[in-house]
Design a protein around this ligand. Structure first.
Ligand SMILES: [Zn+2]
Length: 629
C-alpha cells in the first residue's frame, strides 16, 4: 500500500503558533496571540489552514457508519505538509486538486487517548484543495447512533453529533482547534424517511430522495459543525425561528418554547444584532449529554427542557446567548473556556431578567451559585485544586475537565461583580463593543483583560483586581451576593422540617408541586437534611410525587438527598431515571453520591444501573460515569 511513507519530520508535535485570522490586528494583540498555542490540536494551522470545508456524507444506519469526503480548501502557503486531527476514523485515501484529483501520500501518527492522532498529508507548495476520503468507525466519540427504542416515536433510528470540545475530529478529519474559523458546506444522503439538519441553513421539510444540501457562510470553529438525522418536523414560531422535533413532541414544544421570538428580540436589545439570520432549536432524544449545545443557527436541545411549565427555559436563553459569546467571539483555546461560558451565563441571566423579571433571574442565579459553592469544594478536595481558576491549564488533559461550574458560574459572577462596580449602563456599552470588535474572531483570556483595562477600567479610573478572579483559586471576597426571598422561604420551610415539625402544616398544608417553580423546589430539597428519617422523605414523596412525576432538575436533587438519607425505597424510580436520562449534569452527581454512599447495596445498585443504562448514553456521559467508578 502506498499510503505510508516515513516522514523526515519525525516529531509530530504541537505547534506553537499564532492565529492569523485578521491581518489588521494591532501589534500588541499579535504579541499575545503569538505566544498562544492550542495544545489540543496536532494541526499546523498557523502554516496552512482550512478556509472552507465541503463535506460529502452518506449516513448509513444499516451499519451505523458515515462514509465521507472532507474537501478542504486551504489558505495560500508554501509548506509541504498539511496536518489534520483525526480520532477513530478510517482514512481510505487522500487526493489533491478539485477537477483532476491526484492521490497523495499521507501518514497517521501515534494515537493519543485524548487528542487522537495527526494525519499528515504530503502536499506541494501552493496546494489549494485537499480531499480526505474516510469512514467513521465504532470508535467514533462524537456520534450517537440511537435505535428506534431510544427515540420518542420508537419507529425510526436517530443520529446526532456532539463536537465540543475536541470530538469533531472523530467524525471529520479536520484542523480541530477553535483558533481557526472556517465556512462549510455539505451534501448529505440519509434514508428517505428521515431528515438531515446541520448547524447551517436547514430544510423545512423532508424530501423524497433523502438528499440535503447545506451552507454555513459565516466562519465558525470546528467544534460547531453539527449534524442531526431523524424523523423530525418543523414548527415555525415566526419568520426566522422555530423548533424541529419528532412529531410526537410537537404540541409540547409549541407550549414550552412559545417565548422564543420574544427572547431573540430581548437579546438583541441588550447586546446588538443577532448575526446568524435564523435561530432554531432541535429537540434531540434523551441520551443527549448536555442541556443544550449552541450549534449556530440550530441549538441542539435536550428533551428534559420540556418541563411542562417553561421553568427550564433558561437553558434556551443560555444557548441563544452563545450566538454572541462563544459563537461570535470564541475562546482561543480550551484553557479560555470561561470566555465562552461565563459570558454566556451572565448574558443568559440578563435575558431571563428582561423576559421574566429580576425575581426569576435572581432565583436562577442563586441556584447556580449554590452549584458553584459545591463545585469549588469538590475541586479543592480533588487532584487539581488549580481548576478553580478561571484561566485553566489543561495541557495533557481532556478539555472536558474544564467543563465545570468554574467556567460557567464563577465566570458569570466575575462579570456580575464587574457590572456592580462600573454600573450597568457602562458595562453594557462595553460588552456590546466587545462583541462587535471581536465578531467572528477568537480571543484569549489575556487579550480580554487587556481590552477590559483599555476600554472600561482605565478610562473610568476603576481599580479592580482581575488577576484575583482569573489566575487565583477559589472565590474572591468582593463577589456580589444575590438573594431571593422566594428561595429563602422554601429554605426556612425545609429547616422547620429538619427541626422535627410536621411537613404539611400551616400554609403548606395543601401545597402542590405546581404551586412553586423548579428552582424553589430545588432550594427546598437541597436544604432538607440527610439525617431526616426515611419515613419523612416517603411522606413528602407521596404528597408531592417527586420521584414519580417531578421534572429532571428536581428529581436529580431529590434522588441525591434520598441516597444521602439512606432511603432505598426510591431505587426503582431512580433506576428508571438513570436509564432514561443521558444528560451528564443530571446523572453524574447521582452516580457520585451512590458511589460515596455508606448505605449497603448502593454501590452495587449504581454499577448494575450503569450496566443497563450505558448503551443509551452518549460517549461524553458514559466516559464520565465510567471515570467515577
Ligand atoms: Zn454554554
Amino acid at each position: 500500500m502506498r499510503n505510508l511513507y516515513i516522514m523526515f519530520f519525525a516529531s509530530i508535535c504541537t505547534i506553537i503558533s499564532c492565529t492569523p485570522i485578521n491581518e489588521n490586528i494591532k501589534e500588541e494583540k499579535r504579541d499575545i496571540q503569538e505566544v498562544t498555542s492550542d495544545s489540543h490540536t496536532y494541526s499546523n494551522y498557523s502554516e496552512i489552514r482550512t478556509t472552507h470545508l465541503h463535506l460529502d456524507l452518506d449516513v448509513n444506519f444499516k451499519n451505523n457508519t458515515i462514509y465521507g469526503i472532507a474537501r478542504h480548501t486551504m489558505s495560500k502557503s508554501d509548506v509541504e505538509k498539511a496536518i489534520f486531527d483525526v480520532k477513530g476514523l478510517e482514512i481510505q485515501k487522500v487526493t489533491l486538486g478539485s477537477k483532476n484529483e491526484i492521490e497523495t501520500d499521507y501518514l497517521i501518527g501515534k494515537t493519543d487517548e485524548i487528542k487522537g492522532a495527526p494525519l499528515t498529508v504530503k502536499i506541494k507548495p501552493g496546494t489549494k484543495q485537499i480531499n480526505i476520503y474516510y469512514k467513521t468507525t465504532k470508535e467514533t466519540e462524537a456520534l450517537d447512533w440511537l435505535t428506534p427504542e431510544l427515540t420518542a416515536g420508537k419507529k425510526h433510528p436517530y443520529l446526532y453529533t456532539q463536537g465540543q470540545a475536541i470530538l469533531t475530529r472523530s467524525w471529520i478529519p479536520i484542523q480541530d482547534t477553535p483558533m481557526n474559523r472556517i465556512t462549510y458546506s455539505a451534501d448529505v444522503q440519509v434514508p428517505s424517511e428521515l431528515i438531515a439538519l446541520m448547524s447551517a441553513n436547514n430544510p423545512k421539510e423532508k424530501n423524497t430522495e433523502g438528499k440535503y444540501h447545506f451552507e454555513m457562510k459565516q466562519a465558525i470553529p470546528a467544534y460547531l459543525i453539527a449534524l442531526a438525522v431523524g424523523d423530525m418536523e418543523y414548527t415555525s414560531f415566526g419568520e426566522s425561528c422555530g423548533v424541529y422535533s419528532e412529531p410526537e413532541l410537537v404540541d409540547q414544544c409549541m407550549y414550552e418554547f412559545v417565548d422564543l421570538p420574544k427572547m431573540i428580540d430581548v437579546a438583541e436589545e441588550i447586546y446588538g444584532k443577532y448575526r446568524w439570520d435564523q435561530y432554531d432549536l432541535v429537540i434531540l432524544p434523551y441520551s443527549f449529554p448536555f442541556g443544550g449545545m449552541e450549534n449556530p443557527r440550530l441549538t441542539f436541545a435536550n428533551p428534559t427542557l420540556i418541563a411542562g411549565d417553561r421553568s427550564l427555559i433558561s437553558v434556551v436563553a443560555h444557548e441563544l446567548a452563545h450566538s454572541w459569546s462563544g459563537n461570535l467571539v470564541t475562546n482561543a483555546t480550551w484553557n479560555d473556556f470561561w470566555l465562552n461560558e461565563g459570558f454566556t451565563v451572565y448574558f443568559e441571566n440578563r435575558i431571563m431578567e428582561a423576559m421574566y423579571g429580576k425575581e426569576i433571574a435572581d432565583i436562577n442565579a442563586v441556584i447556580e451559585f449554590q452549584d458553584l459553592i459545591t463545585a469549588i469544594a469538590d475541586i479543592e478536595a480533588g487532584d487539581h485544586p488549580e481548576d478553580t481558576q478561571l484561566k485553566l491549564q489543561l495541557e495533557d488533559r481532556s478539555p472536558d475537565d474544564g467543563m465545570t461550574d468554574i467556567a460557567y458560574v464563577k465566570g458569570a459572577f466575575f462579570l456580575r461583580t464587574l457590572e456592580s462596580v462600573v454600573g450597568r449602563e457602562k458595562f453594557d456599552a462595553f460588552l456590546t463593543n466587545y462583541f462587535d470588535n471581536h465578531a467572528f474572531e477568537t480571543i484569549t483570556t489575556e487579550l480580554f483583560v487587556q481590552y477590559l483595562n483599555a476600554e472600561l477600567l482605565t478610562p473610568n479610573d476603576i481599580v479592580f483586581d482581575t488577576d484575583e478572579w482569573i489566575y487565583r483559586q477559589g472565590l474572591p471576597d468582593n463577589c456580589v451576593k444575590i438573594t431571593s426571598k422566594r428561595l429563602e422561604e422554601m429554605e426556612s420551610w425545609a429547616n422547620q422540617v429538619n427541626n422535627g415539625e410536621a411537613v404539611f402544616t400551616g400554609k403548606y398544608k395543601d401545597i402542590k408541586r405546581s404551586d412553586r417553580v423548579t428552582q424553589e423546589w430545588q432550594a427546598f430539597v437541597r436544604k432538607l437534611s440527610p439525617d431526616l428519617a426515611p419515613e419523612t422523605l416517603i411522606e413528602i414523596d407521596e404528597k408531592l410525587l417527586m420521584s414519580a412525576e417531578a421534572n429532571p432538575a428536581i428529581k436529580s436533587d431529590w434522588f441525591i438527598l434520598n441516597v444521602k438519607a439512606g432511603n432505598t425505597s426510591v431505587r426503582p424510580e431512580m433506576e428508571a431515571y438513570l436509564i432514561k436520562i443521558g444528560r451528564r449534569w443530571y446523572i453524574e452527581s447521582i452516580y457520585q453520591t451512590l458511589i460515596d454512599s455508606k448505605t449497603p447495596g448502593d454501590l452495587d445498585f449504581a454499577k448494575a444501573t450503569f450496566e443497563k443504562a450505558k448503551s443509551g448514553y452518549h460517549f461524553v456521559s458514559s466516559s464520565t460515569i465510567e471515570g467515577l467508578f
